[in-house]
Design a protein around this ligand. Structure first.
Ligand SMILES: *Cc1c(COP(=O)(O)O)cnc(C)c1O
Ligand code: SF4
Length: 359
């Protein structure tokens, strides 16, 4: 299957009647949304949501809605402050030992809640040859960079030849030990994440981690399963990233099913992101307290290897922090109150802390 925005499919989908806010629901509401933000869906995903209703958890991720026109004052064009840490075009260097490297601003699909929605889908974000060289030079001349995270856009939208060139260049930089790729492609167009792409990834000759963006178990089709097994079989380390989204996966049952299915396919659930303050995405957001309640419900119920870390990216480029609910509180005068996964509290004293090791 070729990677393309299937207009026909999308038109069929967006033409379906959808519930929307009364004020914004004017006849042309969707037209305004699609003019403002990139829209795109692959044939593969169009098939997954074919015939589904407006509340379908997969359709909600890709099909534009008039609610996107509602921009709240706290929403930000650059919600995680990438710009503040960009020394050269295509590089974000926020943490000392790792950089984001975005060679391309195009994606296979456009997620309606995307944190980079003001940037993705615009051709000016695709690095020109000289810009790509400058970005690689930056990595080459900064020996503290241990890990390069290819992101975008979607780096796997590059042709295998282009990706291979980048991987080879990274492979030649001695201090870069890890290459991580953040991609939606294995879910959006699994056939394309095939042998040629794997060969390109391996051109780095280093440990390669692929973090797959996936939010619902229904996105794991037979083709996706095949793609993930093939990637794992080829020695690519697989992680997943999900975004906690109202109406899509905002309950423990849905997330437990997703994370279990991923672990069964050799994918380690890595991060569950609290939704960022991206413009026109308030209909997807829930409170941190709600998110923590869901995480509490998953603790103990889900194997540790299936449990991702719930993360917040602090607006303004301040970095990511875990939103893990707190299970332990110090008593005044010594000791702790420790809450177990069933919600019962126990006393944990410093004396115990001293004699117990971790065997
Ligand atoms: C998210 C992010 C990373 C990666 O963070 P990890 O916690 O290592 O996954 C690196 N750099 C920037 C700028 C980021 O936003
Ligand atoms: S694939 Fe990633 S970058 Fe592209 S639209 Fe979705 S969330 Fe945004």
């Amino acid at each position: 299957m070729t990677l393309r925005f299937s207009k026909q499919n999308l038109e069929n989908i967006t033409a379906a009647p959808r519930a929307s806010t009364p004020e914004d629901a004017g006849e042309n509401g969707l037209g305004i949304v699609t003019r403002r933000y990139a829209v795109g869906i692959t044939d593969h995903l169009a098939e997954v949501i074919d015939g589904a209703g407006p509340d379908d958890p997969v359709a909600l991720q890709y099909v534009p809605q008039v609610q996107e026109l509602k921009i709240l004052p706290e929403e930000l064009v650059d919600p995680i402050g990438d710009e503040a840490h960009s020394p050269v075009k295509g590089i974000v260097h926020r943490y000392p030992d790792r950089v984001l490297f975005s060679p391309i601003s195009i994606c296979a699909v456009y997620c309606r809640y995307c944190f980079r929605r003001e940037k993705v889908g615009k051709p000016e974000g695709v690095l020109k040859t000289a810009e790509r060289k400058a970005a690689l030079d930056y990595i080459r001349t900064h020996p503290e960079i241990w890990e390069v995270i290819l992101t975008g856009g979607d780096p796997l939208v590059l042709s295998p030849r282009q990706l291979g060139e980048i991987m080879k260049a990274l492979g030649e930089i001695e201090h870069v030990k890890i290459v991580r790729i953040h991609s939606r492609l294995p879910v959006a167009d699994p056939v394309r994440a095939g042998e040629d792409m794997i060969a390109a990834m391996k051109k780095a000759g280093k440990a390669v981690y692929l973090a797959v963006h996936i939010n619902h178990e229904r996105e794991i089709t037979d083709e996706v399963r095949t793609a993930l097994l093939r990637l794992h079989g080829a020695g690519i380390n697989l992680l997943s990233q999900s975004v906690l989204l109202r109406g899509v996966n905002d309950n423990a049952d849905t997330l437990a099913a997703l994370f279990r299915a991923l672990v069964g396919l050799n994918v380690k659930p890595y991060y569950l992101h609290h939704p960022d303050l991206a413009p026109g995405t308030s209909h997807f957001r829930l409170s941190i307290a709600e998110g923590q309640e869901i995480m509490r419900a998953l603790l103990g119920r889900l194997s540790g290897i299936a449990l991702p870390t719930y993360m917040l990216d602090i607006p303004g480029g301040m970095g990511k922090i875990p939103l893990t609910p707190s299970y332990i509180e110090p008593f005044e005068g010594g000791g702790y109150s420790a809450r177990d996964y069933k919600g019962r509290t126990h006393v944990y004293t410093p004396q115990i802390e001293k004699v117990r090791g971790h065997g």
